[in-house]
Design a protein around this ligand. Structure first.
Ligand code: GUN
Length: 283
C-alpha cells in the first residue's frame, strides 16, 4: 500500500520557514509585496485569488488585489501592469489566468517585469528555465518538485512520465525533472499508446484535467505518483486525474486530491515573492 505524500503537512512546514524569513526581512525594513490581478468573475479564479490573499496575510507578506471587470480593455490592463512594475512596494505581480478572450494572454505575460514575474511565465523566465539557470520557477511544478524531494526518491536516471503538456505545468515540470537528471517523457492527447508509457514509468505525474483517467493497473509496482489534477465531479466531490484508490495498491507513494499538490502551489508563490524581495535588497 502506498505511502501518502501529504501536501498539507509539507506546505505547512515550508510556510513556517517562509514566515520566519519574512519576519527577518521586515526587521530590516523590507516587506515583501505581492499584487494579484483578477480580470472577470470566473468563480474558480476568485477562490484561488482569495486563497492567495489569505496565505500572504498569514505569512506576513503585503498583498494588494486588483479586481477588474470582464470587459476591461487590454490597454487598461497593460497600464496597470506598467504601474505595478514601477511600484517599489511590489515584488511580485500575478495576473490570474485564464483571461477573458479579448485580451491577448501572451502580451500581458510579456508586459510583467521578469524581475517581478513570480509565476515564472514571462518568456525570459521560461528561457532561463530551459537553459538550466532559472530565476523564478513556476509555482505548481515547483511544488511538485518539493513533494518529490520529500519522498526521498532521487530522480537521477529514473523514467518520469508526465501526462499533460501545458505551459503552466507539463512543459516546465519536464524541464525541472530533466535538471534532476531524469529521463522525461511528455504524453498528451495524441500520444498513441499512453498506457504503454505509463506502465513503464518510475514516476508518473498527471496534469491533464480529466477525472481519474489514469487507472490503477497502469501504475508499476513501486512507482511514485503525483496527481496535479483537480476535477469537480457532481456538486461537491473533487477527484484527481488518477484513480487514487486503485493506484495506491501498486504505488510506493502517491499524492491525494485534495491535499496533495494544491497546497504547494500557493506556498511556492509565497516563496517566490519572498525570493524577489530578497533580491530587491541584494540578499
Ligand atoms: N491559473 C491556474 N493556475 C495558475 C497559476 O499558477 N498562475 C496564474 N497566474 N494563473 C493560474
Amino acid at each position: 500500500m502506498a505511502e501518502l505524500i501529504d501536501g498539507k503537512v509539507i506546505a505547512a512546514e515550508l510556510r513556517q520557514q517562509i514566515s520566519t524569513d519574512v519576519e527577518e526581512l521586515i526587521v530590516k525594513g523590507v516587506t515583501p509585496g505581492l499584487a494579484v490581478v483578477l480580470v472577470g468573475e470566473d468563480p474558480a479564479s476568485r477562490v484561488y485569488v482569495s486563497m492567495k490573499e489569505k496565505a500572504c496575510a498569514a505569512a506576513g507578506i503585503y498583498s494588494v488585489e486588483h479586481k477588474l471587470s470582464a470587459e476591461t480593455p487590454e490597454a487598461e490592463l497593460l497600464d496597470l501592469i506598467a504601474q505595478l512594475n514601477d511600484d517599489n512596494k511590489i515584488d511580485g505581480i500575478l495576473v490570474q489566468l485564464p483571461l477573458p478572450k479579448h485580451i491577448a494572454e501572451a502580451k500581458i505575460l510579456e508586459a510583467i517585469s521578469p524581475s517581478k514575474d513570480v509565476d515564472g511565465f514571462h518568456p525570459y523566465n521560461v528561457g532561463r528555465l530551459v537553459t538550466g539557470d532559472p530565476v523564478f520557477k513556476p509555482c505548481t511544478p515547483y511544488g511538485v518538485m518539493k513533494l518529490l524531494e520529500h519522498t526521498g526518491v532521487s530522480l537521477e536516471g529514473k523514467d518520469v512520465v508526465i501526462v499533460g503538456r501545458s505551459n503552466i505545468v507539463g512543459k516546465p515540470l519536464a524541464l525541472m525533472c530533466l535538471a534532476e537528471h531524469a529521463t522525461v517523457t511528455i504524453c498528451h492527447s495524441r500520444t498513441v499508446d499512453l498506457v504503454q508509457k505509463v506502465v513503464a514509468a518510475d514516476v508518473v505525474i498527471a496534469a491533464v484535467g480529466r477525472p481519474e483517467m489514469i487507472k490503477g493497473d497502469w501504475i508499476k509496482k513501486g512507482a511514485v505518483v503525483i496527481d496535479v489534477g483537480v476535477n469537480r465531479v457532481g456538486e461537491k466531490k473533487l477527484v484527481g486525474d488518477v484513480d487514487f484508490a486503485a493506484a495506491s495498491i501498486n504505488a510506493a507513494a502517491i499524492t491525494p486530491v485534495p491535499g496533495g499538490v494544491g497546497p504547494m502551489t500557493i506556498t511556492m508563490l509565497l516563496y517566490n515573492t519572498l525570493l524577489s524581495a530578497k533580491r530587491r535588497v541584494g540578499q
